[in-house]
Design a protein around this ligand. Structure first.
Ligand code: XMP
Length: 516
């Protein structure tokens, strides 16, 4: 792929590396992340327009910490070191000196500008600026040729610049929202220092990804596990555009889907995209294996294994398949803190773990650098309808982890009916898109109620409605009381077997979004 003028981000393992990439994308500039042990030739071949050295958890002085390849500084393009990236510059360049950390400084700090810099264009030179710090070591003395451009109370060299060589460094994290002028600082680097052009967009992402997929896959076949959610649907549509009928989508109905889930998306895809799509009805198999099981982890394992078994059998019947495509997103990928070049580990419950190994297929994950809201932008680019784009995330183990206790057809029917009301009322009140997820949970207990003249002893539904950006943290949504009242009265009146509705008002952490 030719992306002359791209920003190359060298990853030293910071939890914020993807956020830097995202900010650059938001500025309309293409960016690529490369592990810190990537060879200089690979970087040179990209003909980048600028290089950003990310933060990282290591201490520059440690024997096995990742070092700076000095050739990165002789590419003739501007370099910005962030946090660990700054410490690397302070350590590697002549005249610089580092102080090893006694403690890690973490949190907000007030930045005072001590010299003019292109990075500071548009910032009030006299004001204190709130920035987000997360570091151990710090630069004690700036290398030869550098000017100290900012300080904080506890860090004398909080930023430094060699304007002639276009090398800049900041100890704080401009990519984090808590750094108030962070976006302006990054934009100054991209546009004023590096002179990059804006214009990259999600449309270009779609185009380049499709071309890259076509090139990578060649004449081979790909299977894709379609779940009905926006992520896997986007992956299927992109692959469909890239390789047409050599993509084989498999939708497994596991018997614990929401009402209408699956059929809707399957018929939409069939109608609009002419994909090879196989709908596998396996409800009975899943439900028979879930019989009598109440332990959450057991449920997850049974569903996971059964899914692999069914999917594997279906996929094996298709000739010429070499790849498995998945809608893994960035928050599903935890960057490990390996100093040898960050490797990625997938949270086991967030994908069909074990499937690629079992099937001996190579993985294709075209969305693994994106956040959920970016995937929605891709879906919009691909011309998908609202009901696909805005569908709330739904866990792989489905309603099995929302029917607490044993999963039986009767209990699933109750939950489906309640869940449908939650969704319908959120949509009607214009709240569906404002929240991350909103759903019903069927509790494993009964309570006493009164209906007409009679005493009832029936099920309890809990409402879980949360706000979140990426599901890593979440808080319960402050939806209007009138909306809750409508949901509650409709569920109690319309869903047979329920006489009480309660609201979950816990945040994640320490709770999780799902109950099991
Ligand atoms: P928790 O409950 O861990 O959920 O706070 C975070 C997000 O992940 C979804 N989730 C899953 N998604 N397979 C999935 O694909 C799973 O096993 C799974 N478990 C939870 C959950 O709905 C929320 O959006």
């Amino acid at each position: 792929m030719n992306h002359q003028g791209a920003v190359v981000i060298i990853d030293y393992g910071s939890q914020y590396t993807q956020l830097i990439a995202r900010r650059v994308r938001e500025a309309g500039v293409y960016s690529e992340i490369h592990p810190c042990n990537v060879g200089i030739d690979a970087i040179r071949a990209l003909a980048p327009g600028a290089v950003i050295l990310s933060g990282g958890p290591a201490s520059v002085g440690d024997a096995d910490s990742p070092g700076l390849d000095p050739q990165l500084l002789s590419l003739g393009v501007p370099v910005l070191g962030v946090c660990y990236g700054m410490q690397l510059l302070g350590h590697a360049l002549p005249g610089g000196q580092l102080a090893a950390a006694t403690d890690r400084e973490y949190g907000r700090a007030e930045l005072t500008l001590t010299a003019g810099s292109l990075l500071w264009e548009g910032l009030d030179a006299l004001a204190a600026h709130t920035v987000w710090m997360s570091h151990g070591d710090q630069v004690l003395r700036a290398p030869d040729g550098f000017t100290v451009t900012a300080r904080t109370k506890s860090v004398a060299v909080a930023a430094m610049a060699d304007e002639a060589r276009r090398i800049y460094a900041v100890q704080f994290h401009p990519e984090v929202a808590h750094t108030e002028e962070g976006t302006r600082i990054l934009h100054n680097f991209l546009f004023r220092v590096a002179g990059l052009k804006t214009g990259w967009s999600m449309a270009s992402f779609v185009e380049t990804q499709i071309a890259a997929l076509r090139e990578k896959i060649g004449g081979d076949g790909v299977v894709c596990a379609l779940s009905g959610g926006v992520d896997s649907t986007v992956v299927a549509v992109m692959l469909g555009r890239a390789i047409g009928k050599r993509l084989h989508c498999i939708f497994v109905d596991n018997g614990v889907l929401r009402q209408g889930e699956g059929e809707e998306v399957a018929s939409y895809l069939r109608e609009h995209f002419d994909l090879n799509l196989k709908y596998v009805q396996a409800s009975e198999l899943f439900l028979s294996r879930l019989k009598g099981v109440t332990d959450p982890e057991q449920k997850r394992k049974i569903i996971g294994h059964t899914f692999i078994e069914v999917f594997d059998r279906e996929a094996k019947s298709i000739p010429g398949v070499k790849y498995l495509a998945q809608g893994t997103l960035y928050p599903d990928v935890i960057e490990s803190v390996s100093f040898k070049g960050p490797s990625a580990v997938i949270k086991s419950h967030h994908n069909v773990g074990g499937l690629p190994e079992k099937m001996n297929l190579a993985l294709i994950e075209p969305l693994r650098e994106l956040f959920k809201d970016e995937v929605r932008k891709v879906a919009l680019e691909l011309g998908m309808p609202d009901f696909v784009i805005w569908r709330h995330p739904f866990p792989g183990p489905g309603l099995a982890i929302r029917v607490l206790g044993e999963v039986t057809p009767e209990r699933l029917t109750i939950l489906r009916a309640a869940d449908r009301i939650v969704t319908a009322e959120l949509v009607a009140a214009d709240w569906y898109r404002k929240v991350w997820q909103g759903f019903a949970v069927l509790l494993p207990l009964k309570t006493v109620g009164v209906m007409g003249d009679g005493r009832t002893y029936e099920h309890v539904i809990a409402l879980r409605i949360v706000d979140s950006l990426d599901a890593m943290t979440a808080d319960w949504s402050r939806v209007p009381a009138e909306l809750l009242a409508r949901i509650s009265s409709r569920i109690i009146n319309e869903v047979k077997g329920v006489n009480r509705v309660v609201m979950d008002i816990s945040s994640k952490p320490p709770s999780t979004i799902e109950w099991e």
